[in-house]
Design a protein around this ligand. Structure first.
Ligand code: MN
Ligand code: MN
Length: 313
């Protein structure tokens, strides 16, 4: 059980679902990467349901056999990976939830682990960025999303929602905006100001249209130009992918990347020093046959593969 090599004994559909069939433990001795769920969705503004994301992603991660043929690495062998379980969120209290996320992630980072977080809505990026900032200083951030998430207030007087985390993060100096890049932004907005605001705050915005013009290699060159060799935090909103490939999300925007395009973009980050990642906005109630969760599980596996490649480089 929980041993990725034991699938010939225990088939993948048996047992309790942990990410990649890795050990569920909170013993951090020797751990390289902790997979952590944050099942919080009370900061969504449209369709909720991402509180069920971590479970669905774990469920669909059971068929990750372990070897990444594209990057030629076996992340579960190169790294000691655990499924840490979920943060105890408070569904009716965003500030308490943020505090709980910061407490847990701080402890993991102090213990020397890297963290890959399964969301949850995108509001949780703020406490995740706070914790990583405390360890690494102002962060280089690659932010994959259909939306800039840089609104000041999504509802009057409310500073925290899944539409505002990156404005708050910039205000709090969590992000070094010289090393901040958004990829895949598209869709309708209330006004032209939305994109303008993100750019005025310092984001390098690669819209979906620009990404198609640049091509995969061009986008990757732009990310590398922006980030350099700095430690990189990856914030990944599943709605960057076209809803035809990832329908299970709260605020779908048509015309996004295909599954294979996004896999190529993520794999193209190989060589960069990925120090943490979140994968958010997977909403199983709107999914179809688990395809969004399957993609999310595979993307988290790619994030692990990037960490493993960097460790062995
Ligand atoms: Mn989004
Ligand atoms: Mn987002």
């Amino acid at each position: 059980m929980n041993d990725p090599h034991s699938t010939y004994v225990t088939p993948p559909f048996a047992g309790i679902a942990t990410f990649g069939r890795q050990l569920h433990t909170q013993d951090l001795k020797g751990v390289d990467v902790a997979i952590v769920g944050v099942p919080y969705d009370s900061a969504t503004s449209y369709r909720s349901g991402t509180r069920f994301g971590p479970r669905a992603i774990r469920e669909q991660s059971l068929l990750l056999w372990g070897y990444n043929n594209a990057l030629q690495v076996a992340p579960f062998e190169k790294l000691k990976v655990i499924d840490y379980g979920d943060v105890d969120v408070v569904p009716v209290d965003i500030l308490e939830t943020f505090a709980a996320v910061e407490r847990e992630i701080d402890a993991l980072l102090i213990a020397g682990c890297r963290v890959i977080t399964l969301g949850g809505d995108h509001s949780i990026a703020l406490p995740l960025l706070r914790a990583h900032r405390r360890k690494y200083g102002p962060l280089a951030v690659a932010h994959f999303d259909a939306h800039p998430d840089t609104w000041d207030e999504e509802f009057p007087g409310r500073k925290f929602s899944h539409g505002t985390p990156f404005r708050r993060a910039i205000e709090e100096d969590l992000i070094d905006t010289d090393a901040y890049i958004q990829i895949g932004i598209r869709g309708s907005t209330p006004s032209a100001h939305d994109y303008g605001d993100a750019r005025r705050l310092g984001a390098r915005m690669v819209t979906l249209d620009e990404a198609l013009t640049l091509g995969t290699d061009g986008v990757l060159a732009e990310i590398r130009r922006r980030v350099g060799q700095r430690p990189l935090y990856l914030s990944f909103d599943i709605d960057v992918v076209d809803p035809a490939f990832a329908p299970g999300t709260g605020t779908p925007e048509v015309g996004g990347f295909t599954s294979v395009q996004i896999l190529q973009l993520v794999r193209g980050l190989v060589g960069l020093n990925l120090i943490g990642a979140d994968l958010v906005e997977v909403s199983p109630p709107f999914d179809a046959q688990g395809i969004t969760a399957i993609l999310a599980a595979n993307l988290a596996f790619e994030f692990l593969s990037l960490m493993a490649k960097h460790k062995s480089a």
